[in-house]
Design a protein. Structure first.
Length: 524
């Protein structure tokens, strides 16, 4: 008989962790749920950076059946399937991953709702006739085939197995397909063929310019963006940690009075409804006072007019960092605004992701799982990329391992990849790009957190990006159309070179190595 982890009791109490500490793969912002929670978050079991974080919602189960199914689910999360159940089933896994657990419990949910409508109030009331009726119902569903029905029946076999694994179980009867065989309960519709990926590839006419712009973003603008991000964090730290004093308040008043007296715009930021508000953090960091003093000044009677003046005279928040990137012979921006650094850093991370994913043929999870130092410096020749693979990762028992494992044969890249990696690793730690833990290049910023909101989310949920790009990409694209250094990908491709690359993984990998092998480089 399989056993629970040593740190868990035989039967859970209301405050028992849903996931044993020894099974947690991704400790982080989503805490481990307790048994009494209505939502059981499975995020601590998900270490794949590109995977979703599912949860189990027990409010969707009939109240009479919920405690019995909950106990079976808790057992399924924390203990392997008994070895006796695996005999004769070579494709079964003793443990399911978090998404397999979620899928299985959803199938239990559909079964429990059907039982409720049939007047069944306990798992011990399930007879062979009930099992057969449910199997027949599943097989007759629109679109049902042998594969989907097999998953439903196997899920119920697991429910019976984990219910039988404890003396406190409901005492379910064994499903008849467990001893009679599953074939008699399956429809005749065969499993649809699993051929090549049918997703329509991105057109090379689209991908070529996008790839070139992503490379230019990294090569020409990365230093400016990273320097601006560092400076913005310095100003934010000053605003957050400067102690309020009469001297700092006097500096603040003098700064604002001088701008108003000269009729100059005041540094502002866009607020809800595109209404300009005072850029509190930027002003506090620039002047050398605390953010609380800026907020307090707005409530003082002599300064009641300040917000109205800001709305009529909004100004930028320029950072003092130099602009070194050029488009043609011009600087790509006059300055970087304090309020734009977060979005610019997201664009830089996205550019890194585009280049890495497309040119190396890595899957999204493999790119997102790269760690700092993944491409060590080489004296000459090709560069080796050390990273994790997730799709085929398994533990010693053959169960899927969400954290992945190191790829036995490293990826091979050329010098531009190393330069990209250096830019990536040069990102400041506060941006989440330069740490020993696995990084997420397309999430180069600390995610904004939502407060807990009942069933709709959790404290670790990320806030979605606001729709609409910032104003600079459109203006930058307009200036590059006439630049001799950036041309449409197809027109820039040498006529004597290899054919324009396709969009398959093999074609992308071949194109990535082609410039190195021929001694030339991809067109800019």
């Amino acid at each position: 008989m399989s056993a629970l982890p040593a740190e868990l009791p035989t039967l859970p109490a209301w405050n028992t962790p849903v996931i044993a500490t020894s099974l947690v793969l991704a400790p982080g912002p989503v805490p481990v749920s307790i048994y009494a929670d209505e939502l059981w978050h499975l995020a601590p079991l998900v270490a794949n950076p590109s995977a979703t974080r599912p949860h189990l919602d027990w409010a969707r189960f009939p109240e009479a059946l919920r405690p019995q199914v909950q106990l079976a689910a808790w057992k399924m999360i924390n203990m392997p399937l008994p070895a006796s159940m695996l005999a004769g089933h070579p494709t079964w896994h003793s443990r399911l991953g978090p998404h397999g657990i979620h899928d299985t419990v959803l199938r239990w949910q559909r079964f429990a709702l059907w039982l409720h409508h049939q007047g069944v109030t306990g798992l011990d009331q399930i007879s062979d006739g009930v099992w057969v009726a449910w199997a027949d119902r599943v097989a007759r569903q629109p679109g049902a085939h042998r594969g989907t029905v097999t998953k439903d029946l196997v899920a119920l076999t697991r429910l019976w197995a984990f219910d039988s694994a404890t003396r406190a179980g409901a005492g379910m009867a064994m499903p008849p397909w467990n001893h009679l065989g599953v074939d008699d309960f399956l429809p005749t519709t065969p499993i649809p063929g699993r051929g090549e990926n049918t997703t329509e590839p991105i057109s090379p006419a689209t991908m070529g310019p996008l790839l070139i712009c992503a490379l230019r973003m990294v090569d020409d603008f990365a230093d400016d963006i990273l320097a601006a991000w560092t400076e913005s964090q310095r100003l934010a730290d000053i605003a957050a940690h400067t102690a309020a004093s009469p001297a700092s308040k006097a500096r603040l008043k003098h700064y604002l009075q001088d701008l108003i007296a000269r009729g100059q715009p005041v540094p502002s930021r866009s607020n809800a409804g595109n209404v300009h508000a005072l850029a509190n953090t930027y002003i506090a960091g620039h002047v050398g006072c605390s953010s609380a003093q800026v907020n307090g000044l707005l409530t003082a009677a002599p300064w009641q007019h300040l917000l109205a003046y800001v709305r009529e005279n909004p100004g930028p928040c320029p950072l003092s960092t130099p602009i070194t990137g050029l488009v043609g012979e011009r600087r790509w921006a006059a300055f970087i605004d304090f309020t734009a650094t977060r979005e610019l850093l997201r664009h830089l991370g996205t550019a890194c992701f585009i280049v890495l994913a497309y040119l190396t043929g890595m899957r999204p999870a493999e790119v997102l799982g790269l760690e700092s130092g993944c491409c060590p410096d080489q004296d000459g020749g090709r560069h080796l990329i050390y990273g994790r693979v997730f799709k085929s990762a398994a533990d010693a028992d053959g169960n899927h391992h969400s954290a992945g494992h190191l790829r036995e044969v490293p990826w091979v890249a050329i010098a531009p990849w190393s330069q990209l990696s250096a830019c990536w690793n040069g990102s400041p730690p506060t941006a989440g790009c330069c740490s020993t833990r696995r990084r997420t290049p397309s999430r180069t910023l600390p995610p904004r957190r939502r407060p807990p909101s009942g069933k709709k989310g959790c404290a670790g949920a990320s806030r979605p990006l606001q729709p609409g790009p910032p104003p600079w990409p459109g203006a930058w694209a307009a200036t590059t159309r006439s630049s001799p250094t950036i041309r449409t990908a197809r027109s820039a491709w040498p006529a004597s070179a290899a054919p324009w690359p396709g969009t398959s993984r093999a074609a992308r990998a071949a194109w990535w190595h082609w410039p190195f092998s021929t001694g030339t480089c991809a067109p800019r």
